[in-house]
Design a binder for this molecule. Structure first.
Ligand code: URA
Length: 434
């Protein structure tokens, strides 16, 4: 088989066989197929799409491209969670300790930022000393000991996705249903969870902004999970504005800590409870979502979830004092308020543009080998629906470079729209796909 022929077949709109897909994935993982051919293949898939059968074959080929974790020795039903990517989306930092505090083991492998969206691994790296790359033994030992481990995509789990993910980020091939679905589900399948809760973002900051696309992505992933015996549920949630107020790695950790104290923003808290409740239902810990939310709310108010986060930090080599003293997180030198140009109501805060403003400050990567600045980002002072006076701060830019701060402030302003009348409220949760 030749990569050239497979690329041409997909370019011309053909349906690939499982053997052809398997060949592309295996040969790219071992280095027999170079980046330029895989880039051409990805672009052909991006433009032509894939049938459900092809997406399923791609997912399985990627899941089998390396080792697969066997979590069966760990007690209970293991439930994983994954977001399709958003701006200000720090829910994993809240949901993982929250669900673990409810007695359901969480063994989660997370990703780095992709495009304008953030990644949990980058956020965790802002915690002084925190190790985001655990060996498989450490990962399993921590889940056994404290019921929780969060690690980057290390070792040899779904190595095809690791390579393809990085290549997609720099070849304008991220926003593709089969590529997102196979990327997420291959990692989840290889990581061994019995059940999976997906947060499928929809709106300006999502890779797929339209509800119909989010629905198709959710359906593809739920069906792929079911086909390999992993019960999967997807929540389609709003990403038209950043989640919470903080965008940027250390800033998001600080907001997650406030949320674990029960003092977080309403949208972040609400979404964390909704996702966490689904995880508890799939794990068999509670009968229904309402019971799950009630249990998780208690764990937030009692401080049990925050204690679990402290345990997590200590278990992965971080300094647990950070939980009580977020001032220990990396801090930017400049904090520049962005005043509202006019009075009125905030009608829009385009999450993709705000994500790009954070990237411009250094919070994300332009190229796959870029270093990121963990301290920088933006903290919103207003959200959609809020009233604002002329000159009142809409956000504060946290920067380490004055010129970039000005550019990011201008970009941020271009993301905001202010109108005379309050806009109609938008839901946070659109649909549940089972
Ligand atoms: N998250 C992933 O893991 N992969 C994608 O392609 C998008 C979001």
């Amino acid at each position: 088989m030749r990569a050239l022929d497979v690329i041409a077949k997909k370019r011309d709109g053909g349906e690939l066989t499982a053997a052809e897909i398997e060949f592309m994935v295996r040969a790219y993982t071992t280095g027999e197929i170079p980046d330029y051919q895989m880039a051409a293949f990805l672009m052909a898939v991006y433009i032509r799409g894939m049938s459900r059968r092809e997406t399923g074959a791609l997912t399985l080929a990627m899941a089998r491209s390396g080792e697969q974790l066997d979590l069966s020795a760990l007690p209970g039903r293991k439930v994983d969670k994954h977001s399709t990517g958003g701006v200000g989306d720090k829910t994993t930092l809240v949901v993982a300790p929250l669900v673990a505090a409810a007695g359901v083991p969480v063994a989660k492998m997370s990703g780095r930022g992709l495009g304008h969206t953030g990644g949990t691994v980058d956020k965790l790296a802002a915690i002084p000393g925190f190790r985001v790359s655990l060996t498989q033994e450490e990962f399993l030992a921590n889940v056994r000991r404290i019921g929780l481990a969060l690690t980057g995509q290390t070792g040899n789990l779904a190595p095809a996705d690791k390579k393809i993910y990085a290549l997609r980020d720099v070849t304008a091939t991220t926003a593709s249903i089969p590529l997102i679905a196979s990327s997420i589900m291959s990692k989840k399948i290889a990581a061994g969870a019995d059940a999976i809760v997906l947060d499928v973002k929809c709106g300006s900051g999502a890779f797929l902004p339209r509800l119909e696309e989010a629905r198709e992505l959710a359906r593809t992933m739920v069906d792929t999970g079911a086909a390999v015996g992993r019960k999967t549920v997807a929540l389609i949630t709003d990403m038209n504005q950043p989640l919470g107020y903080a965008v940027g790695n250390a800033l998001e950790v600080e907001e997650a800590l406030a949320t674990l104290r029960g003092r977080g923003p309403a949208d972040l808290t609400g979404l964390s409870l909704a996702l966490g409740a689904q995880m508890l239902v799939l794990a068999g810990r509670v009968e229904n979502e309402a019971a799950g939310k009630a249990l998780l709310t208690d764990l937030l108010t009692s401080g049990a979830a925050l204690d679990k986060f402290r345990e997590l930090v200590a278990a992965q080599g971080g300094n647990p004092q950070v939980v009580d003293d977020p001032g220990m997180l990396p801090q930017a030198q400049l904090k520049i308020p962005v005043p509202a140009p006019s009075a009125g109501y905030v009608a829009g805060l385009r999450a993709d543009v705000i994500g790009r403003a954070a990237m411009l400050l250094g919070a994300g990567r332009e190229k796959k080998e870029d270093e990121i600045d963990l301290a920088v980002g933006l903290v919103l002072k207003k959200k959609v629906g809020d009233r604002v006076a002329a000159g009142e701060p809409l956000a504060v830019v946290h920067a380490n470079d004055a010129a970039r701060a000005q550019e990011a402030a201008a970009l941020f302003l271009s993301a905001c729209s202010i109108v005379p009348q309050p806009p109609a409220p938008r839901p946070l949760l659109y649909e549940t796909v089972k």
